[in-house]
Design a protein around this ligand. Sequence first.
Ligand code: HH2
Length: 286
Amino acid sequence: MADRLNNVLEWGVGRLDFSSGAVVMGVLNVTPDSFSDGGRFIDTEKAIEHGLKMAAEGAAIIDVGPESSRPGAEAVGAREQIRRAVPVIERLASEAGAVISIDTRDYEVAAAAMEAGAAMLNDITALADERTGQLAAEKKVPVVLMHMQGTPETMQAEPRYDDVVSEVLEYLLERAAKAERLGIPRERIFIDPGIGFGKTLEHNLLLLRNIKRFVETGYRVLVGTSRKGFIGEITHKENPADRIFGTAATVALCAAAGVSVVRVHDVSEMADVVRVVNTVISNIKR
Ligand code: HH2
Protein backbone atom coordinates (compact mmCIF):
# COMPACT_ATOMS: atom_id res chain seq x y z
CA MET A 1 0.00 0.00 0.00
CA ALA A 2 2.84 2.34 0.91
CA ASP A 3 4.24 1.88 -2.60
CA ARG A 4 0.97 2.88 -4.16
CA LEU A 5 0.98 6.09 -2.13
CA ASN A 6 4.65 6.88 -2.63
CA ASN A 7 4.33 7.91 -6.21
CA VAL A 8 3.60 10.77 -8.53
CA LEU A 9 0.03 11.93 -9.05
CA GLU A 10 -0.41 13.55 -12.43
CA TRP A 11 -3.56 14.94 -13.97
CA GLY A 12 -4.33 17.22 -16.90
CA VAL A 13 -3.43 20.47 -15.19
CA GLY A 14 -1.35 19.40 -12.21
CA ARG A 15 1.30 17.15 -10.76
CA LEU A 16 2.20 16.22 -7.18
CA ASP A 17 5.25 14.16 -6.34
CA PHE A 18 4.87 12.02 -3.22
CA SER A 19 7.91 9.89 -3.95
CA SER A 20 9.87 11.48 -1.08
CA GLY A 21 6.89 11.49 1.31
CA ALA A 22 4.53 14.24 2.45
CA VAL A 23 4.16 17.53 0.60
CA VAL A 24 3.17 20.92 1.99
CA MET A 25 -0.09 22.74 1.24
CA GLY A 26 0.18 26.47 2.08
CA VAL A 27 -2.94 28.20 3.45
CA LEU A 28 -3.96 31.44 1.77
CA ASN A 29 -7.11 32.81 3.34
CA VAL A 30 -8.54 35.71 1.33
CA THR A 31 -10.95 36.55 4.15
CA PRO A 32 -11.34 39.33 6.69
CA ASP A 33 -12.04 36.91 9.56
CA SER A 34 -9.97 33.68 9.43
CA PHE A 35 -8.81 32.63 12.88
CA SER A 36 -5.10 32.99 12.17
CA ASP A 37 -4.46 35.12 9.09
CA GLY A 38 -7.86 36.88 8.77
CA GLY A 39 -7.57 40.29 7.13
CA ARG A 40 -3.90 39.92 6.18
CA PHE A 41 -4.55 38.83 2.60
CA ILE A 42 -7.95 40.30 1.76
CA ASP A 43 -6.08 42.71 -0.51
CA THR A 44 -5.57 40.92 -3.85
CA GLU A 45 -1.99 42.06 -4.39
CA LYS A 46 -0.96 41.09 -0.85
CA ALA A 47 -2.59 37.69 -1.29
CA ILE A 48 -0.77 37.06 -4.58
CA GLU A 49 2.52 38.13 -3.04
CA HIS A 50 2.02 35.76 -0.10
CA GLY A 51 0.99 32.90 -2.42
CA LEU A 52 4.14 33.36 -4.51
CA LYS A 53 6.22 33.49 -1.33
CA MET A 54 4.74 30.23 -0.03
CA ALA A 55 5.38 28.54 -3.39
CA ALA A 56 9.00 29.73 -3.33
CA GLU A 57 9.32 28.41 0.23
CA GLY A 58 8.32 24.92 -0.83
CA ALA A 59 4.52 24.67 -0.92
CA ALA A 60 3.49 22.16 -3.60
CA ILE A 61 -0.11 23.32 -3.23
CA ILE A 62 -1.60 26.73 -2.40
CA ASP A 63 -5.06 26.44 -0.84
CA VAL A 64 -7.06 29.58 -1.51
CA GLY A 65 -9.88 30.05 1.01
CA PRO A 66 -12.47 32.79 0.47
CA GLU A 67 -14.64 31.84 3.49
CA SER A 68 -13.57 31.29 7.08
CA SER A 69 -14.65 28.01 8.62
CA ARG A 70 -13.47 28.85 12.13
CA PRO A 71 -15.88 27.91 14.90
CA GLY A 72 -18.81 30.33 14.86
CA ALA A 73 -18.04 31.73 11.40
CA GLU A 74 -21.01 32.77 9.29
CA ALA A 75 -21.43 31.55 5.71
CA VAL A 76 -20.28 33.92 2.94
CA GLY A 77 -22.28 34.13 -0.31
CA ALA A 78 -20.86 32.60 -3.50
CA ARG A 79 -20.58 35.96 -5.29
CA GLU A 80 -18.44 37.45 -2.56
CA GLN A 81 -16.25 34.32 -2.37
CA ILE A 82 -15.72 34.48 -6.14
CA ARG A 83 -14.86 38.17 -5.95
CA ARG A 84 -12.24 37.44 -3.28
CA ALA A 85 -10.72 34.31 -4.79
CA VAL A 86 -10.76 34.48 -8.59
CA PRO A 87 -8.24 37.29 -9.23
CA VAL A 88 -5.82 35.64 -6.79
CA ILE A 89 -6.22 32.22 -8.38
CA GLU A 90 -5.77 33.60 -11.91
CA ARG A 91 -2.40 35.12 -11.08
CA LEU A 92 -1.12 32.28 -8.89
CA ALA A 93 -2.16 29.62 -11.41
CA SER A 94 0.04 31.21 -14.04
CA GLU A 95 2.91 32.42 -11.83
CA ALA A 96 3.30 30.27 -8.70
CA GLY A 97 4.39 26.96 -10.24
CA ALA A 98 2.31 25.21 -7.57
CA VAL A 99 -1.04 23.45 -7.72
CA ILE A 100 -3.80 25.90 -6.79
CA SER A 101 -6.57 24.45 -4.69
CA ILE A 102 -9.88 26.10 -3.81
CA ASP A 103 -11.17 25.72 -0.24
CA THR A 104 -14.93 26.09 -0.52
CA ARG A 105 -18.16 24.26 0.21
CA ASP A 106 -19.99 26.03 -2.65
CA TYR A 107 -20.34 24.49 -6.08
CA GLU A 108 -20.53 27.89 -7.84
CA VAL A 109 -17.29 28.99 -6.21
CA ALA A 110 -15.57 25.69 -7.07
CA ALA A 111 -16.66 26.05 -10.71
CA ALA A 112 -15.47 29.67 -10.97
CA ALA A 113 -12.17 28.77 -9.32
CA MET A 114 -11.60 25.93 -11.79
CA GLU A 115 -12.26 28.33 -14.67
CA ALA A 116 -9.67 30.69 -13.17
CA GLY A 117 -7.03 27.94 -13.01
CA ALA A 118 -7.58 26.03 -9.75
CA ALA A 119 -6.57 22.40 -10.21
CA MET A 120 -7.76 20.84 -6.94
CA LEU A 121 -10.95 21.02 -4.84
CA ASN A 122 -10.85 21.16 -1.05
CA ASP A 123 -14.36 20.59 0.24
CA ILE A 124 -14.88 20.65 4.02
CA THR A 125 -18.36 19.18 3.45
CA ALA A 126 -16.97 16.16 1.54
CA LEU A 127 -19.12 16.75 -1.56
CA ALA A 128 -22.38 17.49 0.25
CA ASP A 129 -23.31 19.19 -3.03
CA GLU A 130 -23.05 16.37 -5.56
CA ARG A 131 -22.43 18.86 -8.38
CA THR A 132 -19.00 19.58 -6.90
CA GLY A 133 -18.16 15.88 -7.21
CA GLN A 134 -19.43 15.80 -10.77
CA LEU A 135 -17.29 18.85 -11.54
CA ALA A 136 -14.17 17.17 -10.10
CA ALA A 137 -14.90 14.02 -12.10
CA GLU A 138 -15.48 15.94 -15.32
CA LYS A 139 -12.42 18.18 -14.93
CA LYS A 140 -10.33 15.22 -13.70
CA VAL A 141 -8.96 17.06 -10.65
CA PRO A 142 -8.18 15.74 -7.14
CA VAL A 143 -10.59 16.36 -4.27
CA VAL A 144 -10.11 16.63 -0.52
CA LEU A 145 -12.96 15.08 1.47
CA MET A 146 -13.02 16.34 5.04
CA HIS A 147 -14.96 15.16 8.08
CA MET A 148 -16.92 17.71 10.10
CA GLN A 149 -19.54 17.20 12.80
CA GLY A 150 -22.20 19.90 12.37
CA THR A 151 -21.42 23.16 10.61
CA PRO A 152 -18.79 25.84 11.36
CA GLU A 153 -21.56 27.95 12.96
CA THR A 154 -22.36 25.29 15.56
CA MET A 155 -19.71 22.54 15.44
CA GLN A 156 -17.84 23.31 18.68
CA ALA A 157 -21.03 23.58 20.78
CA GLU A 158 -20.91 20.00 22.11
CA PRO A 159 -19.15 17.53 19.83
CA ARG A 160 -19.93 13.92 20.74
CA TYR A 161 -18.76 10.53 19.47
CA ASP A 162 -18.87 6.99 20.87
CA ASP A 163 -15.65 6.15 19.02
CA VAL A 164 -14.30 9.17 17.20
CA VAL A 165 -11.66 7.35 15.13
CA SER A 166 -14.00 4.64 13.81
CA GLU A 167 -16.83 7.09 13.18
CA VAL A 168 -14.67 9.58 11.28
CA LEU A 169 -13.04 6.76 9.29
CA GLU A 170 -16.38 5.20 8.43
CA TYR A 171 -17.76 8.56 7.29
CA LEU A 172 -14.72 9.27 5.09
CA LEU A 173 -14.80 5.81 3.52
CA GLU A 174 -18.47 6.26 2.73
CA ARG A 175 -17.84 9.71 1.18
CA ALA A 176 -14.86 8.38 -0.77
CA ALA A 177 -16.99 5.53 -2.14
CA LYS A 178 -19.56 8.12 -3.16
CA ALA A 179 -16.85 10.17 -4.90
CA GLU A 180 -15.72 7.06 -6.76
CA ARG A 181 -19.30 6.41 -7.87
CA LEU A 182 -19.38 9.95 -9.24
CA GLY A 183 -16.34 9.09 -11.36
CA ILE A 184 -13.38 10.30 -9.28
CA PRO A 185 -10.71 7.59 -9.19
CA ARG A 186 -9.18 6.54 -5.85
CA GLU A 187 -5.82 8.06 -6.62
CA ARG A 188 -7.38 11.53 -6.89
CA ILE A 189 -9.20 11.30 -3.53
CA PHE A 190 -7.64 12.70 -0.34
CA ILE A 191 -9.35 11.97 2.98
CA ASP A 192 -9.00 14.38 5.92
CA PRO A 193 -10.15 13.77 9.53
CA GLY A 194 -11.00 17.47 9.90
CA ILE A 195 -8.98 18.40 12.96
CA GLY A 196 -10.93 20.98 15.01
CA PHE A 197 -14.17 20.59 13.05
CA GLY A 198 -16.66 19.47 15.71
CA LYS A 199 -13.96 17.93 17.91
CA THR A 200 -12.76 18.40 21.47
CA LEU A 201 -9.09 18.34 22.43
CA GLU A 202 -9.40 14.64 23.25
CA HIS A 203 -11.06 13.89 19.88
CA ASN A 204 -8.26 15.69 18.02
CA LEU A 205 -5.62 13.80 19.99
CA LEU A 206 -7.26 10.43 19.32
CA LEU A 207 -7.43 11.19 15.60
CA LEU A 208 -3.76 12.20 15.43
CA ARG A 209 -2.68 9.26 17.58
CA ASN A 210 -4.46 6.94 15.14
CA ILE A 211 -3.66 8.74 11.90
CA LYS A 212 -1.99 5.62 10.51
CA ARG A 213 -5.41 3.95 10.35
CA PHE A 214 -6.42 6.61 7.85
CA VAL A 215 -3.25 6.08 5.83
CA GLU A 216 -3.87 2.32 5.85
CA THR A 217 -7.17 2.78 3.99
CA GLY A 218 -5.15 3.20 0.77
CA TYR A 219 -6.51 6.69 0.16
CA ARG A 220 -4.07 9.54 0.38
CA VAL A 221 -4.50 11.52 3.60
CA LEU A 222 -4.41 15.28 4.17
CA VAL A 223 -4.22 16.75 7.68
CA GLY A 224 -4.71 20.37 8.78
CA THR A 225 -3.51 21.06 12.32
CA SER A 226 -1.82 24.39 11.66
CA ARG A 227 -2.03 26.86 14.55
CA LYS A 228 -5.36 25.34 15.64
CA GLY A 229 -6.94 25.81 19.05
CA PHE A 230 -6.02 22.38 20.42
CA ILE A 231 -2.32 23.24 19.99
CA GLY A 232 -2.96 26.43 21.95
CA GLU A 233 -4.69 24.38 24.67
CA ILE A 234 -1.70 22.06 25.02
CA THR A 235 0.98 24.78 24.87
CA HIS A 236 -1.02 27.54 26.62
CA LYS A 237 -0.61 29.83 23.62
CA GLU A 238 -3.57 32.16 23.14
CA ASN A 239 -2.20 33.78 19.98
CA PRO A 240 -2.30 31.48 16.89
CA ALA A 241 1.01 32.97 15.66
CA ASP A 242 2.69 31.52 18.79
CA ARG A 243 1.66 27.97 17.89
CA ILE A 244 4.33 27.31 15.24
CA PHE A 245 6.47 24.88 17.24
CA GLY A 246 3.36 23.07 18.45
CA THR A 247 2.25 22.81 14.84
CA ALA A 248 5.68 21.47 13.88
CA ALA A 249 5.26 18.56 16.30
CA THR A 250 1.99 17.53 14.69
CA VAL A 251 3.39 17.96 11.17
CA ALA A 252 6.34 15.71 12.03
CA LEU A 253 4.03 13.05 13.51
CA CYS A 254 1.80 13.15 10.43
CA ALA A 255 4.65 13.04 7.91
CA ALA A 256 6.23 10.13 9.78
CA ALA A 257 2.92 8.25 9.77
CA GLY A 258 2.59 8.42 5.99
CA VAL A 259 0.24 11.38 5.58
CA SER A 260 0.55 12.74 2.02
CA VAL A 261 -0.32 16.43 2.53
CA VAL A 262 0.08 18.73 5.54
CA ARG A 263 -1.96 21.94 5.34
CA VAL A 264 -0.05 24.76 7.04
CA HIS A 265 0.29 28.52 7.41
CA ASP A 266 4.06 28.59 8.10
CA VAL A 267 5.39 27.06 4.90
CA SER A 268 9.09 27.78 5.26
CA GLU A 269 9.25 26.21 8.74
CA MET A 270 7.01 23.22 7.98
CA ALA A 271 8.77 22.50 4.68
CA ASP A 272 11.94 22.03 6.74
CA VAL A 273 10.12 19.75 9.19
CA VAL A 274 8.75 17.63 6.36
CA ARG A 275 12.09 17.54 4.55
CA VAL A 276 13.87 16.23 7.64
CA VAL A 277 11.21 13.62 8.41
CA ASN A 278 11.12 12.47 4.79
CA THR A 279 14.90 12.20 4.66
CA VAL A 280 15.09 10.16 7.86
CA ILE A 281 12.37 7.83 6.65
CA SER A 282 13.83 7.33 3.18
CA ASN A 283 17.27 6.67 4.68
CA ILE A 284 15.82 3.97 6.89
CA LYS A 285 14.18 2.34 3.87
CA ARG A 286 17.41 2.24 1.90
N1 HH2 B 1 -8.95 23.69 8.20
C1 HH2 B 1 -9.38 24.94 7.97
C2 HH2 B 1 -9.91 25.29 6.72
N2 HH2 B 1 -9.97 24.41 5.72
N3 HH2 B 1 -9.57 22.23 4.90
C3 HH2 B 1 -9.16 20.97 5.10
N4 HH2 B 1 -9.22 20.08 4.12
N5 HH2 B 1 -8.67 20.57 6.32
C4 HH2 B 1 -8.56 21.41 7.38
O1 HH2 B 1 -8.11 20.99 8.47
C5 HH2 B 1 -9.01 22.77 7.19
C6 HH2 B 1 -9.51 23.14 5.92
C7 HH2 B 1 -9.33 25.95 9.07
O2 HH2 B 1 -8.13 26.64 9.08
P1 HH2 B 1 -7.89 28.08 8.39
O3 HH2 B 1 -8.13 27.98 6.92
O4 HH2 B 1 -6.56 28.56 8.76
O5 HH2 B 1 -8.91 29.06 9.08
P2 HH2 B 1 -10.32 29.65 8.66
O6 HH2 B 1 -11.23 28.50 8.43
O7 HH2 B 1 -10.71 30.49 9.84
O8 HH2 B 1 -10.15 30.45 7.41
